[in-house]
Design a protein around this ligand. Structure first.
Ligand SMILES: [Cu+2]
Length: 186
């Protein structure tokens, strides 16, 4: 009986986690910069990123920008062919797929100075089948990344996330119903 209770509670906690999308400000109060000596690797390691979460890059657009790049470009600080570039100084990027998301500042010298960020988005908790994508090369599709300054989830997220949540809610309801019946029978 107690075990069933615990199972139901754990299930609900998982659902709550799935349904809330967090917004993370990169570098916290320091923002996206080279002057504060922010260790962005350390910053990212303290967070747990999920699909649907948003990262906010806040910076002075006169001095910095944000480029989304491949793993190879990230390693080499190669800004010649970014997947996408953001320049508003207040850029929100919604993480719509799992795996690694690589960013750096494209201003010469800034990536080498440490203004680079590797965000690892965890696999969804459920076993929902997803098309596997190589983590090092996200598709250069513009539909998965909202353009700079436009908040809100992309169409692909809007259709996939609710179904995951609905499946989970159904599981919780089933559990609670079985719980109620178990009580009734005993
Ligand atoms: Cu910069």
């Amino acid at each position: 009986m107690a075990a069933r209770m615990v199972a139901a509670l754990v299930c609900m906690v998982v659902m709550l986690r799935l349904s809330e999308a967090a917004v993370y400000k990169v570098g916290d109060s320091a923002g996206w910069t080279t002057i504060a000596n922010v260790d962005y690797k350390q910053w990212a390691s303290t967070k747990t990123f999920h699909i649907g979460d948003t990262v906010l890059f806040e910076y002075n657009p006169q001095f910095h920008n944000v480029m989304r790049v491949t793993h190879t470009m990230y390693k080499n600080c190669n800004s010649s062919k970014p997947i996408s570039t953001f320049t508003t100084g207040n850029d929100t990027i919604t993480l719509t797929n799992h795996g690694h998301h690589f960013f750096f500042c494209g201003v010469p010298g800034h990536c080498l100075a440490g203004q680079k960020l590797d965000i690892h988005v965890l696999h969804p908790a459920s076993s929902t089948p997803l098309t596997e994508q190589p983590s090092s090369s996200p598709p250069p599709s513009t539909t998965t990344i909202p353009s700079a300054g436009v908040p809100g989830p992309s169409p692909s997220l809007a259709t996939s996330l609710p179904s995951v949540v609905a499946a989970g809610v159904a599981a919780v309801v089933a559990l609670l119903v079985s719980l109620a019946f178990a009580d009734f029978a005993s």
